[in-house]
Design a protein around this ligand. Structure first.
Ligand code: XMP
Length: 516
């Protein structure tokens, strides 16, 4: 990647990824660096500008994380957001106080002075809606700064030092509730930092191929193919980069949906001339899951079984040195705290947090800096068939994380049958493409029912369907009741062992998309 980039220093905000998304949408490449790693990494990354994220700490607390020295040493423009603004002020000699009434939610800000950050976005006198979420606030500006916008709760809602190109905003420009936020971030990255805004997926593809050639040299690579868009794009990139040094492996974990294994292998072999091993490892995965009920233990057991299979397969194809995975940026971010980042670990995604510390293969993860919608765009740039590009995501741990409690062959069979009916009805209703992901969850709960003249005492099943842009946040899909009724009737009639169907109306947050 060229140095035409922005670095976002992460102070642990839950919405730091959104800053990255907004910046990339403006055609500017960016990376997130945890605050603790900034001093070590910034000199090499040599960004053209730095954004300081929000965070849960209080800048008034002397032990709170500070703006790393490397940020100021670069001499490039800096934009502090919320905690980032406050930390910047404290670092440069201003003051921040806690204990003010919390300002949370929509607020109106008034632009009081011209500022480069507002060029083409806000004229002086504009009243604009912004999203605030803070308890502390700046009470004294450092030398060289002036206030250029105010709000009721924040007299220093936007501050600027035009000489050093340091800016601070108390509100969150990255969230959709700040309607002009994306334009402001683009004014910073393009207007203030002078970046061209020409970063595209075609540019990414060429750069990624060159990087892969450099990393891999003459080595052999195994790539796990799951049938999802991520692993398919990973395989295609590698195929273009290193040709027949690549072997793909499709591991049938026994945790897949009906017909999935055959479908994936057929489509992939039909379209591409890439060596593909179809390995049936159902017995291994099921034995490792016997008696396991804790979600994190399940995920780790599955991650370990995957690596075992790949190491073994790598040895059989004549000494592969590398394992390629379709790890995405959200996986990296959501699993990062285990290795020192400040955000909380939500789940160990099997392809990141679940890896054993000692593994005999080096990882190749060409998508680890991309969001899902960017991977789909990259897939199109690589001419991947739309059937792959548009597939709903399916997690590596498969149906195991859709069976709370112990995973058994019988439960897998029941879930498969219900899930197939649900997806069939979705396709028939023409709803598949409107939905990010839809699946059934087999609940470890038995309920009483009446079927025919008899009493039943069978399992309950939950249906889930969400819309999302990147899986980081999601809304439940508002089906009409007739559709849900149709699916429920078919499942209860056709799948022995299920006598009740519910619909999950939880968004993310506070829920996650998968149940485990
Ligand atoms: P959650 O449940 O964390 O899921 O809201 C967000 C998205 O990620 C998928 N997911 C995974 N994908 N390995 C994967 O490859 C995993 O371990 C994993 N866990 C969740 C999930 O299906 C959703 O699309």
């Amino acid at each position: 990647m060229s140095s035409d980039r922005i670095v976002i220093v992460d102070f642990g905000s839950q919405v730091t990824q959104l800053i990255a998304r907004r910046v990339r949408e403006s055609g500017v490449y960016c990376e997130i660096v945890p605050v603790g790693q900034a001093d070590a990494r910034l000199p090499d990354l040599a960004p053209r500008g730095v954004i300081l994220s929000g965070g849960p700490a209080s800048a008034a607390d002397p032990d709170a994380p500070q703006v790393p020295e490397a940020v100021l040493a670069l001499g490039v423009p800096v934009l502090g957001i919320c905690y980032g603004q406050q930390a910047l002020c404290v670092r440069l000699g201003g003051a921040v106080e806690g204990g003010h009434a919390r300002e949370f939610g929509r607020a109106t800000l008034e632009v009081t002075a011209p500022c480069t950050l507002f060029d083409g976005v806000w004229p002086v006198g504009r009243h604009a809606q912004v999203w605030m979420s803070h308890g502390d606030r700046v009470t004294r500006l450092p030398d060289g700064f002036r206030a250029v916008a105010v709000s009721d709760g924040a007299p220093f809602a936007v501050i600027a030092d035009d000489r050093r190109h340091h800016y601070g905003v108390q509100f969150h420009p990255e969230v959709v509730h700040t309607p002009d936020g994306a334009a402001l971030l683009a004014a910073f990255t393009r207007g203030v930092c002078g970046l061209a805004g020409t970063w595209t997926m075609a540019a990414f593809r060429d750069q990624a191929i060159a990087d892969l050639r450099r990393q891999i040299g003459a080595g052999r690579v195994v790539c796990g193919l799951s049938g999802g868009v991520d692993s398919a794009v990973t395989a295609l990139l590698l195929h273009e980069a290193i040709g027949d040094q690549l072997t793909c492996i499709f591991v049938d974990t026994g945790l897949l949906r009906t017909g999935e294994a055959a479908e994936v292998v057929d489509v992939f072999r039909g379209h591409y001339n890439i060596p593909l091993i179809h390995h049936d490892a159902a017995a291994l995965f099921l034995s490792r899951l016997a008696g396991v009920t804790d979600p994190e233990t399940k995920r780790k057991a599955i991650g370990a079984a995957f690596i075992e299979v790949f190491e073994h397969q790598a040895a059989t194809i004549g000494g592969a040195r590398f394992l390629a995975q379709g790890t995405l940026y959200p996986d990296v971010i959501e699993s990062v705290s285990a290795t020192g980042g400040p955000s909380v670990t939500i789940k160990s995604h099997h392809n990141v947090g679940g890896l054993p510390a000692r593994m005999g293969l080096d990882l190749v993860e060409p998508l680890r800096m991309l969001f899902k919608d960017e991977v789909r765009a990259l897939g199109r740039a690589l001419d991947l068939p739309e059937a792959f590009v548009g597939r709903h995501p399916f997690p590596g741990p498969g149906l195991a994380i859709r069976i709370p409690g112990e995973v058994t062959p019988e439960r897998l069979d029941t879930l498969r049958r219900a899930d197939a009916i649900y997806l069939d009805e979705l396709r028939t209703a023409g709803l598949y493409d409107a939905i990010w992901q839809a699946f059934a969850v087999l609940l470890p709960v038995r309920t009483v029912g009446v079927m025919g003249d008899g009493r039943s005492y069978d399992n309950a099943l939950a249906l889930r369907a969400v819309t999302s842009i990147d899986g980081m946040t999601a809304d439940f899909y508002p089906f009409d009741m007739a559709f849900l009724g149709r699916v429920a009737t078919r499942i209860i009639n056709e799948v022995p062992g299920i006598n009740r169907v519910t619909y999950d109306v939880t968004s993310k947050p506070p829920g996650t998309i998968e149940w485990e």
